[in-house]
Design a protein around this ligand. Structure first.
Ligand code: A5A
Ligand code: ZN
Length: 477
């Protein structure tokens, strides 16, 4: 950390280098922690995280309750659900000792919290009147990932795991909840100006122990997709293993149906990657720690300019905005550089000429456009420009996403386009064809689109059978 801003970024076209560098240059994550897959949030990165997660909380709190369950899970609970164990056993960290004494019962560090929460749900749930239950927590989880680890993207300690766990009277209600969860995620990402695609994952890629999984993916600048959220229909699979039953209106004992859905700090990886540019971060105003920076342009006598800067700061602060006045003695150019790197959505410049005209200059971070604004219109203009920045960011990202979805009718055209982005293909839905597609292209099947997007073609690209099923494919993170 430090005040100097002489560090520079590779251009964004070199995405992988750009991504690694921006994390340290913009002070998001410190990657020097001496354990693989574990990283440190710098205070600035953490202040972004805080706002992003506050927003997520606000969305969830409209019809969920926040709770907090223990990190450690006893082995006998963890080992109850066969599919779930199969999915996670290679990724679990175990605590086996208390000091020098071996524990009677080994304890898993949660890789996700089904097996911590559901034994408690068994106790909590008695009758249909207790349902639905919609609880979430935001915690750290641990996964011994063997694929290449990457800050914010593939972690061994996921520090910001939001997991919701709901319980319902029947399968349809749970299915409805999965739909609502995905809608909530789409809205969350809209608030970050990130367009996402939702799709139903193929069976071989669903959450271990689930009936099915719906995921949302965002498109990274290198054409690969990042899974930034998932919602799982758990059916009564876990209810049966954890004995979660309730008394229905007729007095019978029936198994509950469950869902769970999660988001991690991948949302911040996506935020940085989708909007950032050669100069650094570009943050949507909704979550920018500083929304407006004021830069005094000083020649000889500074006192009058600074006075007006203070006044502008107060006026904007007065309407609830996060404003910073940079009155340090660096040159304006160096200040621009610093705050551009930090992604501040609007910059206000005030110099002697502006004083004379009773105006200020406002510059938008996302497209560098300038506007001269009369002092009497300050608040309304700033509000309008902040809204504009958000709209611009979303439209640009959306345009980029949809310009990189290629509708392909045959395997040759898949090969041709898959390096550039996402392809949409007709697929018969059979596993053999799906796996062959993945094998031949080196890409993954994301799944069946949940919007009405579809191909014109109707023959499975592998077996040529007629089908009305489509699937997205992409190279994935
Ligand atoms: N209990 C459910 C919610 C669950 O664990 N689902 S999940 O395994 O799909 O994880 C939820 C989300 O966390 C994923 O969609 C992905 O966006 C993110 N995630 C998973 N593993 C991660 C890792 N190692 N590092 C960062 N994020 C990860
Ligand atoms: Zn087929």
């Amino acid at each position: 950390m430090g005040e100097e801003c002489d560090k520079s970024l590779p251009c964004k076209q070199e995405f992988s280098e750009w991504y690694n560098d921006i994390l340290s240059v913009a002070e998001i994550m410190d990657v020097r922690y001496p354990v693989k897959g574990l990283y440190v949030w710098f205070p600035f990165g953490f202040s972004i995280r805080k706002r992003v997660y506050n927003m997520l909380r606000e969305l969830l709190d409209t019809d969920h309750d926040e709770a907090l369950f223990p990190l450690l899970i006893p082995e006998h609970e963890f080992m109850k659900e066969a599919e779930h164990i199969k999915g996670f056993e290679d990724e679990v960290y175990w605590v086996t000792n208390g000091g020098t004494t071996p524990l009677d019962i080994n304890l898993a560090l949660r890789p996700t919290s089904e097996t911590a929460i559901y034994p408690m749900y068994k106790i909590w749930i008695r009758s249909h009147a207790d349902l639905p239950i919609k609880v979430y927590q935001i915690v750290n989880t641990f996964r011994y990932e063997t694929k290449h680890t990457r800050p914010l993207i593939r972690l061994r300690e996921i520090t910001s795991f939001k997991e919701a766990h709901t319980v319902h009277a029947n399968w349809n209600e749970a299915a409805n909840q999965v739909k609502k969860a995905i809608e909530l995620y789409i809205e969350f990402y809209k608030n970050l100006a990130i367009p996402v695609l939702s799709s139903k994952r193929p069976d071989w890629d669903k959450f271990p122990g689930a009936d099915y999984t719906i995921a949302v993916d965002s498109l990274m600048p290198d054409g690969r997709t990042l899974q930034v959220g998932t919602a799982h229909h758990l059916g009564d699979n876990f209810a049966k293993t954890f004995d979660i039953k309730y008394e229905n209106k007729e007095g019978g004992q029936v198994y509950a149906h469950q869902t769970c859905y999660g988001i991690s700090e991948r949302c911040i990886a996506s935020l940085i990657s989708v909007h950032g540019d050669d100069k650094g971060l570009v943050l949507p105003p909704s979550i920018a720690p500083v929304q407006i920076v004021i830069i005094p342009i000083i020649f000889k006598d500074s006192s009058e300019v600074l006075e007006v800067c203070e006044k502008v700061k107060e006026r904007l602060h007065g309407i609830g905005l996060r404003v910073e006045l940079d009155s340090s003695d660096k040159r304006p150019g160096a200040k621009y550089y610093k705050w551009e790197l930090k992604g501040v959505p609007l910059r206000i410049e005030i110099g002697p000429r502006d004083l004379k005209n009773n105006s200020v200059v406002i510059v938008k971070r996302n497209d560098s456009t300038k506007e001269i604004v009369h002092m009497s219109k300050l608040e309304e203009t700033v509000q309008r420009l902040l809204d504009q920045v958000h709209q611009n960011l979303y439209s640009k990202a959306e345009e980029d996403l949809y310009s990189k979805i290629y509708k392909c009718a045959d395997i040759e055209s898949v090969d041709k386009h898959i390096q550039k982005g996402i392809v949409l293909i007709p697929w018969c839905g059979n596993k053999e064809c799906g796996l062959e597609l993945e094998e031949r292209t080196g890409a993954g099947i994301l799944g069946i689109p949940q919007n009405d997007e579809s191909c014109d073609a109707s023959k499975c690209t592998i077996c040529q059978k007629e089908t009305n099923i489509n699937a997205y494919m992409a190279r994935t993170y």
